[in-house]
Design a protein around this ligand. Structure first.
Ligand code: F6P
Length: 558
């Protein structure tokens, strides 16, 4: 750790200054800030890498931003950003770099891991993808009965699922007309059953997506897909035409029966939740084509360049990260909402849940010391305007604070009637309502104007008060294109990184998910065991539930 980062976060002068400033800001209302400054929108507006951010509807002043930036500097953020791009082993618990930025490095610059330049491998993999995607899309690569492929089924979970799924859906207007794409993730037989029900083995290509090639859900679903293929006309000899894998564990994939020639590489310096830019992006590349996939990378790369070079106070991911810290650490916000006003982006909250919560859901610092401050928020959300008729009520009048990002394109791919203008108006109305709210006096007057008596208005008005002063960002882009979507996802990756750096945690490991996996294996054994032998040490709740299941499935075990 550099000298600058030695000091305990909550005892640093910058943190204490922010605490004090927050005390003062608690009495400030954004309505007044807007009234006092007609240029607030221009003041708190940033553009970078084809994205635009209006962050004026936040409970901030210039002083807030100065103090937040001072905190980032005190945590040595510029040096840490350089370390990320340079490939330093920032994932200290696994002694690995986090080099997703290298995957979209479109410059001629080398990037080194343990003294070896990784760029030639990355370029070779892109070329391998290019060749494969071209062969499938041009129908040169065909199924066992010589028919062109009509369906791609991606089998993978977590980062080997959410990122590609998000990006494929976000770029639906760019899909190849003849190629459909499905995702199977869950170890719930219904998921794979529903997908297999609608496809033809002769014309289906399976992509097995697993960095480790050890993930139970993925391997079990692959076995089912393989059996289904063999029982429906496919043969062992034709498996090579229909099963392709992306993995860092080539040996395990080969042992599993995937042909050597059908394996695309992954590397341990790419985290699962940052892997959509690697060959894990194959389902996306197959559906949108390699030119568009490269445009996606270039959008992310332009965000990388901005993140690496812009001063902190003009740096989009940094500003969004600092705003998150402001509310999470100084106003007790426990959640953050992601509200895309774009049907194609409806998978964004799910992807950002993994990205943010798996990265920053940590309770010890880099030295293993218990933290005395909050880290990553609960990420939630969904597509607007649907959410307005569901959970926005809590945003407006609930007792909990959840800052929100409203994300909307200026143009739609599908201009239907005046839908897009209505969608846009809805989006803005929400951010305005969150910011302004409605006072008791306004509510009362409104009721009187509607013909209520004074006593009726007095009784009803408190229910109609909207406190306002609820923070939101509005993120805009021209249209959901490969470039803008690339930039958008990279923006959030860097936001998460900045927050992890300020909190001094390892944003690139995920030990928390391991315990459940270990326990799950023991429980599974017990569920399937035919004898009644005890020896399974468990709490009464888990043991009771296991026995309940065993009794219901008794006949299957005999
Ligand atoms: O269990 C969590 C996790 O390890 C994620 O971090 C990862 O994205 C996912 O599982 C899938 O892992 P793999 O790609 O190795 O199958």
């Amino acid at each position: 750790m550099t000298d600058k980062r030695q000091q305990h976060l909550t005892q640093s002068a910058e943190w204490l200054a922010l605490s004090q400033h927050a005390e003062h800001m608690r009495d400030v209302h954004m309505r007044d800030l807007f009234d006092q400054d007609p240029e607030r929108f221009e003041r708190y507006f940033l553009s970078a890498a084809s994205l635009q951010l209006d962050y004026s509807k936040n409970l901030i002043t210039d002083e807030t931003l100065d103090r937040l930036v001072a905190l980032a500097k005190a945590r040595d953020l510029p040096a840490r950003i350089e370390a990320l791009f340079r490939g330093d082993k920032l994932n200290t618990t696994e002694q690995r770099p986090a080099l997703h930025t290298a995957l979209r490095n479109l410059t001629q610059e080398s990037v080194y891991v343990d003294g070896a330049d990784v760029m030639p491998e990355i370029r070779a993999t892109l070329a391998q993808m290019e060749q494969f995607v071209w062969r499938v899309r041009s129908t040169q690569w065909r199924g066992f009965s010589n028919k062109p492929f009509t369906d791609v089924v991606s089998i993978g979970i977590g980062g080997s699922f959410l990122g590609p799924k998000l990006v494929s859906a976000a770029l639906k207007p760019y899909w190849h007309g003849q190629l459909n794409c499905h995702y199977v993730a869950n170890i719930d037989g219904s998921h794979i059953t529903e997908v297999l029900r609608h496809i033809n083995p002769e014309t289906t290509l399976f992509l097995i997506q697993s960095k480790s090639f050890r993930t139970q859900e993925t391997l079990e679903n692959t076995k089912v897909a393989r059996e289904w293929f063999l029982h429906n006309g496919g043969s062992e000899d034709s498996i090579g035409k229909h099963f392709v894998a992306v993995t860092a564990n080539r040996d395990e994939a080969v042992r599993f029966g995937i042909s050597q020639d059908n394996i695309f590489p992954m590397w341990d310096w790419v985290g699962g939740r940052y892997s959509l830019w690697s060959a894990i992006g194959l389902p996306t590349a197959l559906t949108i084509g390699m030119d568009n996939f490269r445009a996606l990378l270039s959008g992310a790369h332009s965000m990388d360049k901005h993140f690496r070079s812009a001063p902190l106070e003009k740096n989009l991911p940094v500003i969004m990260a600092l705003l998150g810290i402001w509310y999470g650490n100084f106003f007790g916000a426990e959640a953050h909402a992601i509200l895309p006003y774009d049907h194609y982006l409806r998978g964004l909250p799910a992807h950002l849940q993994q990205l943010d919560m798996e990265s920053n859901g940590k309770c010890v610092d880099l030295d293993g010391q218990q933290l005395d401050y909050a880290t990553g928020p609960i990420i939630w959300g969904g597509a607007g305007a649907n959410g307005q008729h569901a959970y926005h009520q809590l945003l407006h009048q609930g007792t909990r604070l959840s800052p929100a990002d409203f994300i909307i394109p200026l143009h739609t791919h599908n201009p239907v009637a005046t839908h897009h203008a209505i969608l846009f108006a809805n989006c803005l109305s929400q951010t305005q309502a969150l910011m302004r709210g409605k006072t008791l006096e306004e509510a009362r007057q409104e009721l009187i104007d509607q013909g209520y008596s004074v006593s009726e208005a007095d009784a009803l008005a408190p229910h109609k008060v909207i406190p306002g002063n609820k923070p939101s960002n509005t993120l805009l882009f021209e249209r959901a294109t490969p470039r803008t979507i690339g930039a958008l996802v990279a923006l959030y990756e860097h936001k998460v990184f900045v927050q992890g750096e300020i909190w001094n945690i390892d944003s690139f490991d995920q030990w928390g998910v391991e315990l459940g996996k270990q326990l799950g294996n023991n429980i599974l054994e017990r569920l399937l065991q035919s004898d009644e032998s005890t020896g399974f040490d468990s709490d009464s709740s888990t043991a009771g539930l296991i026995e309940l299941y065993r009794r219901r499935h008794e006949s299957e075990r005999d």
